[in-house]
Write a protein that binds this ligand. Structure first.
Ligand code: SD4
Length: 332
């Protein structure tokens, strides 16, 4: 009954993809298999958080967590909502292309056992977080890039599809007139989705997925698929995810840093603030770019912080899904 209710509010397609399966016909069997059977130790209040105001994505993950799905299942299904949203020009299908007109996607996932998977520079595949899960679960590797990752997707049953929409193509052609490379990462230009889930068994997993910076150089990869930078989970401590100027996040290994700061006693909020301060103090140009972090600890406490005002985190718990306005290092 519960499951039927859920299906009325969430696309079965998204659920299937989130669970790492490829066809609707399989969904019923596979979801039963994925759904935790034991309810004896499901005492925790489930929490889902994500970067930016991706309300539906976070609600999707939250609803799955409430039903007892694992954090990994929930976050991959959650981020799939944005990967499939063609209006979002920074994630998945409809993402902005590189400067040569090719949409290349990056994603990673990490689970509560410390296992992780990542794909970089993938073309023609929408659900790259689910593909990163395939790398994690079905291969002996952690990272796969480009054509190899795409081939894994096809043999795993993912659809090959054109990711460049007419709208993104039009914007790219407009950009070509000046070819002025100025990454704008703000609230209007909805960005990378990083999502962290704490499930009812108290386990934390995360996913991060993006089309990267618009009009990047061919082959450029940002922080989002880099374990430790765009995402890091240590199930004994907590998890963190990043959005913004990937080059700056990578230089400070931002998400790993936040988890280590929490290990040393900081709250998620304090740890996010310190990670932003590391970037700001080491880079005099910090006024020219945005970086934002979200974090969660084992108790389900969360935090978020950014350089420029305008960043929001979505927070789901106890059936309430609400935006949280992040504090910022710069005040205007
Ligand atoms: C990147 N961090 O590729 C991503 C872009 C991003 O919000 O987060 N935009 O560098």
């Amino acid at each position: 009954m519960k499951r039927r209710n859920f299906i009325t509010t969430t696309s079965l397609n998204t659920l299937a993809v989130g669970l790492g399966i490829s066809s609707l016909a399989q969904a019923n069997t596979e979801t039963k298999k994925n759904k935790r059977l034991s309810t004896s130790n499901m005492n925790e209040t489930a929490v889902a958080i994500c970067t930016w105001e991706f309300t539906k994505a976070n609600a999707t993950a939250g609803a799955l967590l409430d039903q007892g799905y694992s954090a990994l299942d929930a976050v991959i299904a959650g981020v799939a909502v944005e990967e499939e949203n063609i209006k979002n020009t920074t994630v998945g299908k409809g993402g902005s292309p590189d400067r040569e007109g090719n949409v290349t996607l990056d994603a990673c996932v990490m689970d509560h056992t410390g296992n992780c998977g990542s794909v970089m520079c993938v073309e023609n595949i929408t659900n790259v977080a689910a593909l990163a899960r395939k790398v994690m679960e079905d291969t002996p590797h952690v990272i796969m890039v480009g054509k190899g990752a795409e081939e894994l997707a096809i043999t795993s049953g993912f659809n090959s599809e054109k990711l460049l929409t007419e709208e993104s193509e039009r914007a790219w052609k407009e950009w070509l007139k000046t070819s002025d490379y100025k990454p704008i990462i703000n609230i209007e230009n909805h960005d990378t989705i990083g999502m962290l889930g704490l499930d009812k068994e108290g386990n934390i997993s995360g996913a991060c997925t993006t089309s990267g910076l618009a009009y990047k150089m061919k082959g450029r990869v940002g922080d989002s698929p880099v374990i430790g930078s765009g995402l890091f989970i240590d199930n004994t401590i907590g998890g963190a995810a990043a959005t913004g100027m990937g080059e700056e996040v990578i230089k400070t290994v931002g998400s790993f840093l936040i988890v280590e700061l929490m290990r040393n006693g900081m709250t998620p909020q304090e740890a996010c603030e310190e990670a932003v301060h590391r970037i700001v103090t080491s880079n005099p140009n910090h006024t020219n770019f945005q970086v934002a972090y979200i974090a969660i600890n084992k108790k389900g406490e969360t935090g978020c912080y950014c350089i420029h005002p305008g960043f929001k985190m979505m927070h789901y718990s106890n059936r309430e899904n609400k935006p949280v306005i992040a504090g910022s290092f710069l005040k205007s």
